[in-house]
Design a protein around this ligand. Structure first.
Ligand code: GLY
Ligand code: MN
Ligand code: MN
Length: 440
């Protein structure tokens, strides 16, 4: 199906859901603005701009200050902020999109040369909710600012991806895979973390702030810092965790590979192979009606088995999980929802009414407690790391003899392992979007 038809179907479906959300929360209209940029404190520079995610969910137009007005039964109004400006380039829609944008037919478009014009176009709709950060303007218009229950209702629905969104995520995966291959090649040639980052961005073909998130390029022991972003430490690495993604129409891929050099310690290489095997098993286990927390528990059982087999921990799988040994090596959640936001919203909701579903006490880092259903996309990203601060209590505690500290200290110089794919839940077998374009 062409992009325009996919988008118009997506919009129709999303407007129907928004109508339900409004009715359930006592509102007649919804105003969403793409938002104002964040200006650094005591400075005149802005952070790279990212539109309000709820705005992007309905409309792929980038840039600040646009406003969308959704009213049941009406074509949504899009007030596009398009000032005359000689400081920053302002392009026509046709120039930005290389012709008539595929999405424009879905909206009643009003071109607005000023902020006042945008808010004049919005008007003062009665019983209207507002989502965004242009709060003063919205208050003046008499709107209900960022209502928590309505927002939760919308967040809940964002977990179910339309065919248009799946297309965007697939294309983001194609680009992310190109970046990964370029980054891997640079690593194997002995590049520095910074050079590998540049190779990734060049492979994707974008500016740094257009990546899905700040790239994680961690060589050797830096792999044990889960979100290591420094990029200034090593070159000629023995191991690399490359956790990077790309964006297409503002939907993100989130892919991690752990690569070893030809001279890497064989025991670590075997651990990577073990992680690859269990990660693929977990991806294959993604299915309709499975609570994500159960899959996370499966991940711990598998990592505990690997720790035992490789002689790192001397304990049965059950004991390793029960006593928290496996958590010292895998301290993060197995995955999260993926979409417009890399850690997409709604993961801890029990339903559209906004009821919170907390992670179980033994797994506080779980990012989604939802039950998997068709059209959800989640990451599956088990890890195994040698993190000194998490191992220290065991080294000094009553279970010290259950760990092979000599082996742990030797492998600690190599950081850790994470392998991450993006998986679509279906009625039947799951679709591993990442492996379709980056098989290993
Ligand atoms: N890139 C951050 C994560 O994998 O969640
Ligand atoms: Mn992730
Ligand atoms: Mn990631």
């Amino acid at each position: 199906m062409d992009l325009k038809s996919l988008f118009l179907d997506h919009l129709k479906e999303r407007l129907a859901y928004a109508e339900q959300a409004l009715a359930a929360n006592g509102f007649d209209a919804l105003v969403i603005s793409s938002g104002a940029a964040y200006t650094h404190f005591a400075d005149d520079q802005d952070a790279p701009f990212r539109p309000t995610p709820h705005f992007r969910h309905y409309c792929p137009l980038m840039g600040p200050h646009h406003a969308l007005v959704i009213r049941p039964g009406k074509k949504p109004l899009l007030a596009r902020y398009a000032p005359e400006d000689f400081w920053y380039e302002q392009l026509s829609l046709e120039a930005i999109w290389g012709g008539t944008p595929f999405w424009v037919e879905g909206f009643e478009l009003v071109e607005c040369p000023s902020l006042d014009a945008v808010w004049e176009a919005v008007g003062k709709p009665t019983l209207a909710a507002y989502i965004g950060n242009e709060v003063e303007r919205a208050e003046t218009a008499g709107l209900g600012i960022n209502p928590v229950k309505l927002t939760a209702y919308l967040d809940w629905g964002r977990a179910y991806k339309s065919a248009y969104e799946i297309r965007n995520l697939e294309e983001a995966t194609v680009l992310g895979a190109k970046g990964h291959l370029a980054g891997r090649k640079a690593f194997l040639a002995g590049a520095s973390e910074l050079e590998i980052h540049h190779a990734f961005a060049q492979g994707v073909g974008c500016l740094d702030h257009e990546l899905a998130f700040s790239s994680i390029v961690a060589l050797n022991e830096k792999g044990a810092t889960l979100h290591y972003e420094n990029k200034r430490t090593h070159k000629n690495g023995e191991t690399m965790i490359l956790d990077c993604g790309a964006r297409v129409r503002d939907y993100a891929s989130d892919i991690t590979r752990t690569v070893t050099s030809p001279t890497c310690d064989a025991r670590f290489v075997a651990l990577v192979a073990g992680m690859e095997k269990l990660q693929l098993e977990l991806c294959a286990a993604v299915k309709n009606a499975l609570p994500f927390g159960q899959l996370h528990h499966q991940a711990h059982l598998k990592v505990a088995a690997l720790l035992k087999e490789s002689g790192i921990v001397h304990a049965s799988v059950e004991e390793s999980v029960a006593k928290g040994f496996s958590r010292a090596f895998l301290p993060h959640g197995l995955g999260h929802h993926l979409g417009i936001q890399v850690h997409d919203v709604g993961g801890k909701l029990a339903g559209p009414d906004g009821t919170f579903q907390a992670p179980p006490a033994e797994y506080p880092s779980l990012r989604t407690t939802r039950t998997l259903e068709p059209r959800q996309i989640v990451t599956i990203e088990p890890g195994l790391y040698f993190i000194p601060m998490l191992l220290r209590p065991f080294r000094e505690g009553e279970h010290a003899s259950r760990f092979n500290w000599t082996l742990i200290d030797e492998l600690s110089t190599l950081g850790g392992i994470r392998i991450e794919d993006n998986v679509l839940v279906t009625e039947g077998a799951p679709r591993n979007l990442t492996r379709e374009h980056l098989p290993n």
